[in-house]
Design a protein around this ligand. Sequence first.
Ligand code: SAJ
Length: 423
Amino acid sequence: MKICVIGLGYIGLPTAIMFAKHGISVHGVDINSTVIENLSSGQIHIEEPGLKEMLADVLETSELEFGTHPVEADVYIIAVPTPVNEDKSPNLDYVIEATQSIVPYIKKGNLVILESTVPPRTTEDVLLPILRKSNLNVESELFVAHSPERVLPGKLLHELVNNDRIAGGINSESANKTAELYRVFVKGNIHLTDATTAEMTKCMENTYRDVNIALANELAKVCYDLDINVYDVIEMANKHPRVNIHSPGPGVGGHCLAIDPYFIYNQSPHNAKLIKLARETNDSMPKFVADIIEMLLISVKQPKIAVFGTSYKGNINDQRESPALKVIEILENKYSNLSIYDPYVTSEEIVSMEEAVKDADLIVVLTDHSEFKEMDHHYLARQMRTPLIFDTKNIIPVNKDSELQVVNFGNSFLNKYSQCISY
Ligand code: SAJ
């Protein structure tokens, strides 16, 4: 059997490697020729624990090859990005181009699987009309399914194998064939359904999380107004057996939670009001964070701010839709002395921790990298001009005796009265 994987990003690449590791011949396709050259020599363009090592293993077995064009195969897996346009409407250009690219190669009996997260009805309304151009009778001569990826960046290889999977076919044969294929490496259950239900299920999983985070963020704002420690409220409410309030933060990033809710909203805007409001609430958090920073620094002349963390979540270098970048953008418009530190990201803007904290008046933690949890507070306090830290992720313990004053969403309201922290 041969599988052709179209799109070698965060999902396509690990999927291709995983099939090859299980002895299936895989041809990986990406339009970016530099990516292809690098992968062929064992270099990966995404950071994910264990992935590089697994690629090195399979390259040795020659089950895996890469190219910029599809080849004839038994199975085609499409795993390309599905961004939103400026107006938040879904942009399916990559899905359309990828599907068009396989039309000249597909033949009777092939299985085509769409893994990219897409708005409900995409397989039926977008994929099938393109596949019909192959002159095959799509319903009887081709098997087509949507089997969405559900893996968490950072734990990708583990979740690819152990998570349950959905196989949504355009008919039951397609769903069955898809399940049979993923059984090669999936240890979780595989649930059979139709393609449109699979699409809605995937979008709703991420929307569920986005809406719940919005509720936590809204709670943080309300608690700030009422001078209540939001973390105490969450901790105690979550002792209830049926309550699970998520964690507030500087906003929601990544290519999934910040995007997928719009796939549902756009299909039914007059009904999906809560979904839209949740997106707006989460998008309002960078401004809320920046406002607290302004309050903390109100009496400091020409403050230096050290921003800690730029990626959208901890221990990865992925900056897609990162709320940290939005906070930085607001701060850059207000303050001239900003230094940015992120142990996972290399770019011109990023400086060392030592340089970032030197004479700083405030450290703002925007990402929950493990390194930030283990910092030497004594060292930081000595390096800074004002020993103050604003922890938007609640990862740094508040210790009243520490030389470094730790402010978070749970206690930042205390400074509303003094307007600043005096030293
Ligand atoms: N976040 C909060 N508060 C929380 C939890 C998360 O502010 O309580 C923020 C994070 O800091 C981050 C964002 O939300 O900015 C998203 O992080 P995440 O860890 O919730 O999710 P992703 O985007 O990395 O991965 C999600 C996962 N979906 C679900 O958990 C339902 C993953 O399983 C999906 O495969 C992935 O989206 C995807 O590709 O769709």
